[in-house]
Ligand binder design. Structure first.
Ligand code: BT5
Length: 262
């Protein structure tokens, strides 16, 4: 049985992954998921590709997506929430990915705000959220997840050698993509249900802060306009990152990139 069939069996009576559309090569699973969502695909439908030719990150950055070894998946979600609450979606997906990787492989995965998943300080997975609104409400959200599962150190492009890793590199063994994906989707099923029931502010926010690798550290936050250095206090109820500078002034950021100052 191929890994997609194994994953379908695993998810068939669930909500997240009840339907899985597979492509051996595609430009970007997020683009395909958006097309399918516009055509009315049900919540929980997942698009998976073996390879992406134009896998992307935030701000048009590329996501390396070689064939035959990793996970590239986009979930179609239709949460009944105002657009203003959609900022929590990538954060709760970060929780699901970090816990799913831990559960399926034992890797100690943490989150670097807003939603990089790191093991041993190196990026092992990334998340790309793209929402479509209908007035003030969310029509659908595409949650794209890329996980480096079996890519080897020697197969990484040289630009990523210092900053990226994979589950195979950190565990020293070849892993089943079906098992890793099933664990991530199962965790997603749980955090998403909790989010719908109770929102992000309570348990999910605590869980996020527990998994964060930047809390309590000195870091620099860069946006397109500025850089700001301070100590990370954690995320607030809206998912914004709180910083405190040397003078004790606090600031909150809703977007940007964090780099740790060692
Ligand atoms: C992300 O963006 O980390 C989100 C990546 C989401 C990828 C998934 S794959 C399935 C779905 N379909 C898509 O088209 N996308 C999603 P960002 O935080 O902007 O990080 C991008 C940066 O990460 C790049 O500029 C590189 O420095 C680095 N990078 C690229 N490919 C990588 C890889 N495979 N592993 C680790 N780092 C990578």
């Amino acid at each position: 049985m191929d890994w997609i069939e194994e994953l379908r069996q695993e998810r068939k009576n669930k909500r997240i992954g009840r339907e899985i559309l597979f492509f051996s090569e595609i430009d970007s699973t997020n683009s395909k998921a958006r097309e399918e969502a516009l055509r009315g695909a049900k919540e929980g439908t997942i698009i998976i590709a073996d390879a992406q030719t134009r896998g992307r990150g935030r701000l048009g950055r590329p996501w390396e997506s070689p064939p035959g070894m990793n996970l590239y998946a986009s979930m179609i979600l239709r949460p009944a929430i105002p657009l203003a609450d959609a900022a929590a979606m990538p954060l709760l997906t970060g929780i699901a990915v970090a816990k799913g990787l831990g559960r399926s492989t034992g890797a100690a995965a943490g989150i670097k705000w807003p939603n990089d998943i790191l093991v041993g300080g190196k990026k092992i997975a990334g998340i790309l959220a793209e929402a479509e609104a209908a007035g003030e409400r969310v029509r659908f959200i595409i949650m794209g997840v890329g996980v480096n599962v079996n890519v080897g150190a020697d197969e990484m492009p040289s630009s990523l050698k210092e900053t990226a890793t994979s589950l195979r590199i950190v565990t020293g063994r070849e892993l089943s993509r079906a098992r890793v994906a099933a664990a991530v989707f199962e965790e997603m099923e749980e955090v998403y249900a909790l989010f719908e029931e109770k929102g992000f502010a309570g348990r999910l926010r605590n869980e996020w802060n527990r998994l964060s690798v930047v809390n309590g550290k000195w870091a620099t936050l860069s946006t397109l306009k500025e850089s700001w250095a301070g100590k990370v206090l954690g995320i607030d109820e809206d998912g914004a990152l709180l910083f405190q500078d040397e003078q004790g002034r606090t600031r909150r950021f809703i977007a940007g990139d964090v780099s740790l100052r060692y």
